[in-house]
Design a protein around this ligand. Structure first.
Ligand code: NOJ
Length: 547
């Protein structure tokens, strides 16, 4: 394999734009429908870019928009080089990328690296050719091994799915061989090499068209039986070294959930997730998961910090973040979403909308990279009770459809999402007659939307609130009090109960704490009080000293 750089060269530093990123995730089928077929599309996104630039986000990531039979919302790609007709054309993507760039917004696509659709031409070929090793196949001489699915075609044997049965795992090899399992090929066998080369080609194709990088689906899943992710790391490092040379401004953000492992493996950033990674996603769930919305039966019930009852703690999250930071020392980023297309939105019962502002105050002032999921900025809710749609349902209490309902733009038909008849929409709109909309919140300076916009602007104009500013925790629990960059005092009280306490730091003599963005929080030179669900960001004017 041709390397332009040595496989042992250090990874280049992340492009500097990434540390200023405020990410916004768009589920393309649910954002804006421009052609009236009931499904969102790329031209719809282009038509609403002014909303994103007004909001102040500068990096958008799109869930997969490639050709697909949509058994898993598009995470079952049948052609990585074509845009799914439901979303438009290559030209529509080029138009979107251009129009976004003019507004200072970068666009990332979603690279589904670990599997394809069973409709992909590669799999269709593999079904007919027992010598094709793009996927992981038994030879059919024994019973179907656990975790495998019987061949649906003329080829004898069984193949290994990566997620749903319709998503056969691409063969990137196994770290360990086993004489009883002849399908375990080494990572440098022909099939795995072809797949690695294909990932490079796919990335190159889209990056040349002006895309700025990828969110990488199931990035840790590539090499099988890989203790410590040693070979998966080697694989991503190889791709990253190529990227550093060929597309030095592009970024890769992994769906991995363990930045301490994924960033050294070559990713510029990694999403904290509600599953996987250290403590199996507990740090994220300990912030947001209130028992409503998407619940995996394997999760132990636990109290989350953002809960009116106030039984949770920020410590689980903070510890996980500190551990990740210690491992990264500035080489990459932790990305912090409030929700995404797989998990409950912030506005999930029993959490009320009054509780959301404090959550954004926390997310947008913490030194992680914030990722907003479309509609979070107006407090769209998780809609319970929807049917399974395009593989949304993962368990008895786990239907992702509730987090994927159409964006609520205004109070015209279908909330301005689409001109199609309501029954043709990708998913039904939130039927709540009080559902929030962008238009109504734009008209109300006290709305969540305006608050999120101001918090984003504050973060973007105050480098100390970004990933490079220091963070010092002065009080944990309710409220969490921390100092950013030595002088910005952040107070977040996610519970119903108010609190008054001595100020946990000394304000420099003569300085008067200046409120930058507060709701229900008062700070004097000696005390701090926070109403229920209150938050406050104050400028101490000069570095404060922990009490
Ligand atoms: C993670 C994606 O976020 C999810 O939506 C998808 O179903 C699985 N990976 C499989 O690709």
């Amino acid at each position: 394999m041709h390397h332009t750089t040595s496989p042992h060269a250090a990874l280049a530093p992340a492009p500097s734009w990434l540390s200023e990123a405020v990410l916004y995730q768009i589920y393309p089928q649910s954002f804006a429908d421009s052609d009236g077929d009931g499904i969102g599309d790329l031209a719809g996104i282009t038509a609403h870019l002014d909303h994103l630039s007004w909001l102040g986000v500068n990096t958008v990531w799109l869930n997969p928009c490639f050709a697909s039979p949509f058994r898993d919302g598009g995470y079952d790609v049948s052609d990585y080089f074509s845009i799914a007709p439901r979303y438009g054309t290559d030209d529509d993507l080029a138009t979107l990328v251009d129009a976004a760039r003019r507004r200072g917004i970068r666009i990332l696509l979603d690279l589904v690296a670990g599997h394809t659709s069973d409709r992909h031409a590669w799999f269709q070929h593999a079904l007919h050719d027992p010598d094709d090793h793009r996927y992981i196949w038994t030879d059919g001489s024994g019973p179907v091994p656990e975790g495998f699915a019987p061949s649906p075609g003329p080829r004898p044997g069984a193949y290994l799915p990566n997620f749903f049965v319709s998503q056969p795992a691409l063969n990137f090899g196994y770290t360990r061989s086993n004489a009883d399992e002849p399908w375990r090929q080494p990572v440098d066998a022909e099939g795995p090499r072809a797949n690695r080369a294909a990932l490079r080609e796919i990335m190159d194709h889209w990056l040349r068209l002006g895309l700025s990088g990828f969110r990488v689906d199931m990035a840790s899943s590539l090499v099988k039986d890989d203790p410590g992710h040693v070979e998966t790391t080697a694989l991503w490092q190889e791709l990253r070294r190529w990227l550093d040379g060929a597309h030095p401004e592009a970024v890769l953000l992994s769906e991995w959930g363990d930045p301490a492992v994924s960033v050294p493996a070559g990713f510029h950033g990694d999403f904290f997730l509600q599953f996987g990674g250290p403590d199996n996603g507990l740090p994220m769930r300990s912030l947001w998961s209130n028992g409503g919305g998407t619940v995996d039966t394997a999760w132990e019930p636990q109290d989350c910090w953002f809960h009116a009852d106030g039984k949770g703690t920020p410590d689980t999250f903070v510890r996980a973040w500190q551990n990740a930071e210690a491992a990264l020392h500035g080489t990459g980023h932790v990305v912090l979403p409030t929700s995404n297309h797989d998990f409950s939105r912030l506005a999930t019962e029993p959490r009320s909308r009054a509780e959301l502002p404090a959550a954004f105050a926390f997310q947008l002032t913490w030194p992680t990279l914030p990722a907003l999921y479309y509609g979070e900025e107006i407090g769209m809710r998780y809609v319970p009770g929807l049917p399974d749609h395009e593989g949304s349902r993962l368990g008895p209490q786990y239907n992702r459809a509730g987090s994927r309902t159409p964006m609520q733009w205004d109070d015209t038909a279908n909330a301005g999402f689409s001109t199609a008849p309501a029954e043709d929409l990708y998913l039904p709109l939130d039927p709540d007659h009080d559902r929030p909309t962008v238009a109504a919140q734009r008209d109300d300076p006290d709305s969540l939307l305006h608050l999120v916009r101001r918090l984003i602007a504050l973060r973007r104009t105050t480098p100390e609130l970004g990933p490079t500013g220091s963070v010092r925790i002065l009080n944990t629990g309710y409220p969490l009090v921390h100092l950013r960059g030595g002088r910005y005092l952040v107070v977040v009280n996610p519970r119903r109960e108010p609190v008054t306490m001595p100020l946990p730091c000394t304000v420099p003599p003569g300085a008067v704490p200046r409120p930058l963005e507060t709701s229900g929080v008062t700070v004097t030179d000696s005390t701090l009080s926070a109403e229920g669900f209150g938050f406050g960001i104050h400028d101490l004017g000069a570095p404060g000293t922990p009490a």
